[in-house]
Design a protein around this ligand. Structure first.
Ligand SMILES: [Zn+2]
Ligand SMILES: [Zn+2]
Length: 154
């Protein structure tokens, strides 16, 4: 990637860079995301943890309860409490960066859990929309699937 995407928390105590393009960007309209962000949806850029380079500060992990029983850690700035990224399942290798913390916003590749989308959120026609989730093999670009598989392989 020519230029790293830069991001930070609200107060600037934590700064980071994405050293690769995200594999995929989900805009999630589920009730958990809405409550956790206190907004209409969460925009998560899925990326390998090794490509999230912290250049300043140290985010703290806050553990969330989930329906699946798997842990969900949200990493926040210790000072201003902005949520920077999530580690679903505490896998440590894969992060969901809250892309609204990037300096330059990026657009979602798909809208998910739209069954609980708020009625006044109008979605663009050129982005795939899913009532719940999707089959990654059908939706993600081949290069991203390859990166995802490499992570699973270990
Ligand atoms: Zn902060
Ligand atoms: Zn969600």
């Amino acid at each position: 990637m020519a230029k790293a995407l830069k991001g930070q928390c609200f107060c600037g105590a934590v700064k980071y860079e994405l050293t690769a393009k995200p594999m995929f960007v989900n805009c999630c309209h589920c009730k958990d995301c809405r409550r956790q962000t206190s907004s209409a949806f969460a925009i998560n850029a899925v990326i390998e943890a090794k490509h999230v380079k912290i250049v300043k500060g140290k985010p703290v992990a806050i553990s969330m309860k989930t329906d699946s029983g798997y842990p969900h850690d949200i990493y926040r700035c210790a000072q201003c409490q902005s949520a920077l990224w999530s580690d679903y399942g505490r896998r440590k290798v894969l992060l969901f960066v809250r892309s609204a913390t990037l300096d330059k916003p990026i657009s979602p590749d798909a809208h998910i859990f739209t069954r609980s989308k708020l009625p006044w959120v109008i979605l663009p026609k050129d982005v795939p929309v899913f009532k719940v989730y999707y089959d990654m093999k059908k939706v993600w670009p081949a290069a991203s699937l390859k990166r995802r598989a490499a992570l699973k392989a270990g």
